[in-house]
Design a protein around this ligand. Sequence first.
Ligand code: PMP
Length: 358
Amino acid sequence: ATGPVYNFAAGSGTMPGEVLCQAREELLERGRSGMSVMEMPFTGEAFQAIQRQAVQDLRELLDIPDHYQVLFLQGGASAQFALLPMNLLPRGGRADYLDSGYWSRKAMAEGGRYARIRVAASGAAYGYRCIPRQAEWQLDPDAGYCHITSNETVDGLAYSWLPDTGGVPLVADMTSDFLSRPLAIERYGVIYAGAQKNIGPAGLTVVIVRDDLLHSARPETPSVFNYRVQAESEGRFNTPLTYAIYLAGLVFRWLKRQGGLSAIAARNRRKSERLYEAIDASQRYVCRARQEDRSPMNVCFDLADASLTAEFLAQAQRRGLLHLQGHPARGGVRASLYNAMPEQGVDALIEFMRDFAA
Ligand code: PMP
């Protein structure tokens, strides 16, 4: 391609160019520290200031109340699939899971090794084209937590509403829509997200946990993954992901410069609505997801003539529209529109889709 290149990958996803430029500027020396952030001892004041600022900026962006801890852990969201039951439930404890697609099933498969898991409702009967409405949910009032996947990266589904789980703590895997919109944090017990979509480099994992849930970890929980231990040591029980935390901090700053999460949410809505409209307006493209459950982050669709999918992807790539193939488990096309995807990228995709259809 000769023009600009847009990365529609689901993860790792596209990063804000400004952030990458700043990281390049500071790669060899951050401020007057005499060294790269990568070389800073995590116990030193220079790194601790970076870490404190990142936590502070995230708290401001999401309006996180004081009785929630912000942790930057390692291992990705998949590690949390096991660490949630270890941190929140006694051995043999019970948890409810909402089965809305590929990633909730992954969370259940791993969580089920450490807990007795019940499916409160499942989208399976609907072919995962929608998220079961609250009226269909059967909740266990004695469950230790109820787990949802706020955005199904593979299936292209997202909650447009907040479930009511009564007194049972709501736990959400927000890996693919974290920081895409404001949140009512106090409705959640735990929120977790892998960083590689809207935050920064893969491996870094943000966990936001309500104080009263810090004290139920099983004794055998590894200390580095014990929410209370990490909260009490301010995330420095062992060497944290120093460079990834620095990059995440740059992204948080960038988000603030964009006007915060309300502004970002409005822009994200514009981007996805425009693309869904283009899909719906054409006979050549089909989006199977129920309208109100369509993900603003991962727009999944198919070509009406599926035999043209490979050609569609090849031509898109030649136009600089990269990584549009659907997840192998689903096929078809997937355009991931994370925060850093500019509106021009969506316009370029829509223009290509019109040309291809013609
Ligand atoms: N949950 C969701 C919703 C995801 O999209 C992903 C990654 N695509 C994961 C969990 C797994 O994340 P990780 O690779 O960081 O373990």
